[in-house]
Ligand binder design. Sequence first.
Ligand code: TRP
Length: 335
Amino acid sequence: MEKKAIVLSGIRPTGNLHLGNYFGAVKNFVKMQDTNECFFFIADYHMLTTHPNPKDLQGNVRQVVIEYLAAGLDPEKATIYLQSDLPETAELYLFLNMNAYKGELERVTTFKEKARKQPDNINAGLLTYPTLMAADILIHRSHLVPVGKDQEQHLEMTRTFARRFNRMYKTDFFPIPRAFNFSDKLVKIPGLDGSGKMGKSEGEGNAVFLAEDPASIRKKVMRAVTDAGPTEMNQTKPEPIQNLFDLMAVVSKPDTVEYFDDQYNKCTIRYGDLKKQLAEDIIAFTGPFRERIIELTADTDYVNNVIEMGAEKARASGVPTVRGVREIIGFRKIY
Ligand code: TRP
């Protein structure tokens, strides 16, 4: 029987899940857990590179776990765990750092960006972010890593580090992982501020969260950027208007989209009506997620169990890898 490809992805524990995260990543994670052996973890070590004093670390991490569960990740199918619950990751990171060079690390785009953003805290963890990420991936000897465009350079470094290790120790211990990019198949999820994609760094009001209450969703959608309206029949829609239609395309019924499209083309559209409808359709879409989030938040024992079970499964997969690496390098067998 052919072995299933091992899939792994890391999640930054910053903020709440929004529709952009859902359609851009999580929805695909949920699909992949049925066909592959999947590991999804919360990158809480990585967080220290930019947030050395996290407020309520456990609470934030827990919230992320809850929202991913609510979005459909299934702890029986996938391994959902906290990076810090597999501390052997840190030992693998140490080994990988010995064969990672300052020059190549300094050339990484995300490093340069973050160094510019936090000039008073250009710590070694920031520089070696890619080796920690490589350790995350290689510790489960993963094959596929679903990531966005912004992470592709990191993944290329992981491939370099894996090949380098294999060459250095004359082994084929690490499979060379591949970036798994579903972005070309994805619908674009724009934000509400008229341009670009949905994101939480784009400012309050741009993103709609899965946990958001109906009143707040209505308010945000009603404030979304529009224009003075079409002046010619069948004209192309400017970006802010197309964005609202793109959002509608993922949450509303095809008839609804068609109706408003028609109204636009006939220059009879009323943006107020469009937004009201869009808000209600978003609310209907996010409602079940929000309910699950509320339920899971109340079910402390269940969430604790999920975290504990994830830690066990992650260790069962990761510890033998690091043991193997220790053996290959020549360290004593201690675990
Ligand atoms: N760097 C990733 C991000 O910022 C998070 C991450 C950490 C990750 N380790 C990973 C993603 C391993 C994929 C694989 O989104």
